[in-house]
Design a protein around this ligand. Structure first.
Ligand code: DGL
Length: 266
């Protein structure tokens, strides 16, 4: 089991930002990645639809030998994590992106934090309720920022369009006194610098990469599941293939990447 791959899934190829962090922190591990490009964006879907997709994808990854499942997508973590955790508790460990980020955030003892993500993630109130449960004194301001995903995928960075969109969202008064901002979406980490600049680099910008990879590493170490074979075999699947997805995937992941279509919805 220990030499089997880490299963990672997302609504599309944005979750490769998390795969990249996993690669940095656990360079000896194989990755099997599934991007549900046939159904993206998850940010506009209902919780029920995302739960249905997430179950199917989890089955696919387990069928390909995944030793643990990482839900890289914030929208899926917000809507399907509890269901998956319960349904698969006898078969595998499921790790989401929200719990590790909230655990990290609550060690920082901030008076006020901001959270930005998709409509699904923000409307679920998942970050807010989990932060409040652990750190009742922390004030949370959350905002759905749906224009950021298409903007990032289209490659707008440090130009008039992206500066205007980011500034319009983040210059709301309620963000004025935050001490940290959670980037609760797979895509946002690659614009971390541009987002940070809006706050004059004066607040902590938190994405899921480090906290989630650290939890994953701890889990693999504790359960003697680190790959010790010296061999790796990464595989990247999508449910719908276009050259555009391949191009966007390369924006999010540095290593070699070849997307293969896996039609799990037939
Ligand atoms: N992967 C999604 C997330 O992190 C963003 C893209 C989408 O809406 O599907 O919430």
């Amino acid at each position: 089991m220990k030499n089997q791959p880490i299963g990672i899934f997302d609504s599309g190829v944005g979750g490769l930002t998390l795969a990249q962090s996993v690669r940095q922190i656990l360079p000896g591990e194989s990755i099997i990645y599934f991007g549900d490009t046939a159904h993206l964006p998850y940010g506009d879907k209902s919780a029920g639809a995302i739960q249905y997709y997430s179950r199917k994808i989890t089955e696919f990854l387990l069928g390909h030998g995944a030793k643990v499942i990482l839900v890289a997508c914030n929208s899926a973590s917000a809507s399907a994590f509890d269901v998956l955790k319960e349904e698969y508790r006898d078969r595998t460990e499921i790790i989401d992106v929200i719990g590790p980020v909230v655990d990290y955030l609550c060690t920082r003892d901030y008076a006020k934090v901001g959270v930005i993500g998709t409509k699904r993630t923000i409307e679920s109130g998942s970050y807010e309720s989990r932060i409040k449960a652990k750190s009742p004194g922390t004030d949370v301001f959350s905002l759905a920022t749906p224009l950021l995903v298409p903007m990032i995928e289209e490659g707008f960075v440090f130009d008039d369009i992206s500066n205007a969109i980011i500034r319009t969202y983040l210059s709301r008064g309620s963000f004025a006194d935050i001490q940290a901002l959670v980037l609760a979406c797979t895509h946002y980490p690659i614009r971390k610098n541009q987002i940070s600049k809006i706050f004059d680099f004066g607040i902590e910008i938190i994405d899921s990469g480090k906290p989630v990879s650290a939890i994953l590493k701890e889990y693999l170490e504790t359960n003697i599941l680190l790959n010790d074979s010296g061999k790796k075999d990464d595989r990247f699947f999508v449910s719908d293939y276009t050259p555009y997805f391949e191009k966007v995937a390369r924006m999010f992941f540095d290593g070699e990447i070849n997307l293969k279509k896996a039609d799990i919805w037939k």
